[in-house]
Design a protein. Structure first.
Length: 382
């Protein structure tokens, strides 16, 4: 466990319990110190960003204190978290998502805007929320389409309802799996649903805190992904939309526009070659980030998570090409045929390359036990 990873010198005759308490105190102190540095780095970035009006190299330098702090936080405090799940959440929220927000801001994209004040800036960096009232590209003077036109902000009641439903669903699925009411491929499918319920419950809870505590207007993270009618619909408009938006502004849009720094509105949609390259690159980057999470959890990898995400780019391009060939009479058939094909592809590849490796390497078991302990689900025979 993390208590034995960093040893405290033990004098002869010192009770073991005091050594454990000393270790625990030291680990908790590392967590506290990491968050102090995160606060200092984020506030320093806010002050520097307020002085750099234009996106580009200077704004990137202004973002470095917060980016270094976000990268430093999961590394320095790793052993201070008692569960694997909490470690991975810290790594994902700050090591990945917060850094992507800062990268997007440095080139005039994304949700960050220092003109809204320090509290809103820090909350947007720190919290895994999809801010709904971003009117400009990260403080840049170039207006963009309001995110709220795409999807209305989630109300507190909606977040309460969605979060509660996901917690109940997660509890039910865990109970069925833990007490062996499910088996075989049904269990693997249950793991997919548990992932959706767990992420939704965590992110909806944080979004609710952002609405009440920070006064932010946030968008839902998920939009009924089980109703997706295509791969593009699933990844672009229904599954983990905050991550999808970050990948879009950090990877997709710069490739399509041919510039990392956004200075002028894009007049077109980019050439077909740029779009194809951007789609594939977006999923490659997503695969790399997921592999980092996987290696951090189990200590090794066979690159199955990377292959799962990297395969989505060519599949989306193939799907788009097939849609272009469907005309008139084929449209009616496509309305029911395409959603079935899309869901089958997602489930088959997801179970083969995402779920089964995590089960094989004990990843699922560790996270499952963390959640069971948190929800106080009784184990069989207990």
């Amino acid at each position: 466990s993390y208590l034995t990873d960093t040893a405290v010198p033990r004098r002869r005759g010192t009770p073991t319990v005091f050594v454990g308490q000393a270790n625990a105190g030291m680990m908790h102190r590392r967590v506290f110190e990491a968050f102090v540095w995160l606060a200092v780095g984020t506030l320093l970035t806010y002050r520097l960003a307020a002085l750099t009006k234009a996106p580009g190299g200077r704004r990137l330098l202004a973002c470095l204190p917060a980016m270094l702090a976000c990268t430093f936080l999961p590394i320095y405090s790793w052993k201070g978290w008692e569960t694997l799940t909490s470690k991975l959440l810290v790594l994902t929220i700050w090591g990945w998502w917060a850094n992507f927000k800062l990268m997007a801001f440095s080139c005039g994209r994304g949700p960050l805007d220092p003109r809204k004040g320090a509290a809103a800036f820090v909350a947007t960096v720190w919290l895994p929320v999809n801010v709904a009232d971003a009117e400009t590209t990260g403080g840049n003077s170039t207006p963009k389409r309001r995110i709220s036109e795409v999807k209305k902000p989630a109300s507190a009641n909606e977040l309460w309802k969605n979060g509660t439903m996901k917690v109940v669903s997660l509890y039910t699925l865990l109970y069925l799996v833990e007490h062996r009411y499910l088996s075989g491929h049904v269990t693997l499918l249950a793991y997919v649903l548990m992932l959706y319920a767990f992420l939704g419950a965590v992110l909806d809870t944080v979004a609710l805190a952002a609405v009440y505590g920070g006064g932010l207007k946030v968008l839902p993270h998920f939009n009924q992904p089980y109703l997706s009618h295509s791969l593009a619909d699933f990844w672009g408009r229904r599954w983990n939309m905050m991550t999808a938006n970050l990948l879009k502004v950090v990877v997709y849009s710069p490739i399509v526009e041919g510039s990392f720094v956004r200075t002028l509105p894009l007049k077109g949609n980019g050439s077909p070659a740029r779009v194809a390259m951007a789609v594939c690159a977006t999923f490659v980057v997503s695969g790399i980030m997921h592999e980092i999470v996987y290696v951090s959890a189990v200590g090794h990898t066979h690159f199955e998570w990377f292959m799962f995400f990297a395969a989505q780019g060519p599949l989306l391009l193939l799907e788009k090409a097939m849609q272009g060939r469907t005309k008139n009479g084929g449209m009616e058939r496509n309305k029911w045929f395409q959603p079935v094909v899309a869901q089958c592809i997602l489930l088959s590849l997801g179970i083969k390359l995402f779920v089964q490796p995590a089960v094989r390497d004990g990843f699922v078991e560790q996270v499952q036990q963390d959640i069971i302990a948190g929800l106080h689900i009784g184990r069989p025979g207990s």
